[in-house]
Design a protein around this ligand. Structure first.
Ligand SMILES: [Zn+2]
Length: 440
């Protein structure tokens, strides 16, 4: 198969802008990356769930992105991602989006008809026995029976992705959008061998997939660090990358196919592993960091003091009062220790510095409170209900908020992942002319 049309390049950053006010500050982080020698393509993503909670339309994401690109004279590509959509929810995303994350996690385990499973196993003799992959120091071993089990688990889900893909293709035309397939919102990680089988099935479905989001082992909680074995993550990622390269050759998938890492914000302990793997394998990643920008809005409001600080405290008080209901939809991706949550009265007495240092995710900072951060992360509904009152304060404090948004994306995310620079080095990188990075 040869593919024509939109092509996502090596490094890309999925970024979320819940209240559609920070696109410019987010793009500024990509401008800084470019100045350091890395082309990091911005992709604004917003899921249907977020749109429902905020009460926004997908077209607003496109408008904000277009305006930011114009304001900063960004000449490289940029995209709007219909994140985690299904056949039922894709409709209103068709016109404004050019990147579609086909979410099939809910269909994993719903077996395809036995005849289709048998036909797949028959068609793919190359997936039975020992599979050697270039660049991997481990081979995969699959028996006919283990292949059959894997196919039973995933074929139905991939066929669902095919349905959604064809629906989008019919509306937009092949090549006019970037398809991603995601399976991350499920309870069990997929092994690299399973990923290879999934990719074979995706190729059979004729989906020109450019990014694939498996669930990795370890915990990817929202807005906080990775919990798990970083060395094991690195081995797993290297095998996933080898499986992708193998599938591209074997099944003719698009050559730019790469991993998409969801809930990718703040996974500081595995960023060095991600960077090393990209360097070793000469591959790229798409890093999705959706919710972190909204927290920078709160940090900026608190830092501004006055009405901004008062509002940030009120949001905490309301989030605290409604914590059970706010956390419920995200139960699988947060770990809040209730004993670590200060009372709203205690927070009401905080200085700007106390609020920002509790919320800001700085490794090793004794004041940083991951439970406060996770509660506020899922608490954006509180701000959504404030409507104009919240937005007016965002606008009144634009400069201080923008500074935090840009700094967070550039120094804490782009620099360690794409430039391989962490800690103080990353914060200094933006101003130092002597800073050189190898263009991987
Ligand atoms: Zn996801």
């Amino acid at each position: 198969m040869t593919y024509q049309g939109l092509k996502l390049t090596k490094y890309s950053l999925g970024t979320g802008d819940r209240f559609a006010h920070q696109a410019k500050a987010q793009l500024q982080a990509c401008v800084q990356a470019l100045a350091q020698g890395a082309e990091v393509i911005p992709v604004w993503n917003k899921s249907n769930r977020e749109h429902l909670i905020i009460g926004s339309e997908p077209a607003s994401v496109r408008q904000a992105a277009d305006a930011a690109v114009q304001a900063l004279h960004w000449k490289l590509p940029y995209y709007c991602d219909a994140d985690h959509i299904t056949a039922e929810t894709v409709g209103r995303f068709l016109a404004p989006c050019d990147f579609f994350t086909l979410d099939v996690a809910d269909f994993i385990g719903q077996a395809a008809p036995p005849a289709e499973i048998d036909a797949f196993v028959k068609r793919h003799a190359e997936l039975q026995g020992r599979i050697e992959m270039a660049g991997a120091d481990e081979a995969f071993e699959m028996t006919t029976e283990s292949l059959k089990q894997t196919v039973r688990k995933f074929l139905g889900a991939v066929k669902k992705a095919g349905e959604v893909y064809r629906k989008i293709e019919k509306a937009k035309g092949a090549g006019n959008f970037i398809p991603e397939v995601s399976m991350d919102e499920t309870d069990r990680a997929q092994s690299p061998a399973e990923l290879l089988v999934i990719l074979a099935a995706i190729a059979d479905e004729g989906i020109p997939v450019q990014t694939i989001a498996p669930k990795f082992s370890g915990r990817f909680n929202k807005g906080v660090d990775y919990v798990g074995d970083a060395a094991q993550f690195e081995r797993e990622m290297a095998l996933d990358v080898a499986a992708i390269a193998h599938a591209v050759k074997q099944y003719g998938l698009p050559e730019n196919l790469k991993l998409s890492i969801h809930s990718g914000s703040d996974k500081f302990s595995i960023y060095p592993a991600i960077h090393r793997t990209m360097r070793r394998s000469n591959c790229g990643v798409h890093l999705k960091t959706a919710g972190t920008t909204w927290l920078e809005e709160l940090i900026g409001l608190a830092e501004a003091g006055g009405d901004g600080l008062e509002l940030a405290k009120e949001i905490y008080a309301q989030a605290f009062a409604h914590r059970a209901e706010l956390c419920e939809p995200y139960a699988a991706v947060i770990d809040i220790d209730p004993a670590q949550l200060p009372t709203p009265d205690a927070v009401r007495a905080w200085t700007p510095e106390q609020y920002t240092s509790a919320l800001r995710h700085v490794e090793g900072s004794p004041a940083y409170n991951p439970s406060v951060r996770q509660l506020l992360h899922v608490g954006f509904k509180v701000a959504a209900h404030m409507e104009r009152r919240y937005l007016d304060l965002l606008e009144a404090n634009e400069a201080v908020i923008a500074k935090n948004v840009t700094e967070n994306l550039f120094a804490r995310h782009i620099a360690p992942v794409f430039l391989g620079v962490t800690g103080d080095g990353a914060r200094q990188a933006r101003n130092a002319d002597s800073f050189v990075t190898e263009k991987a």
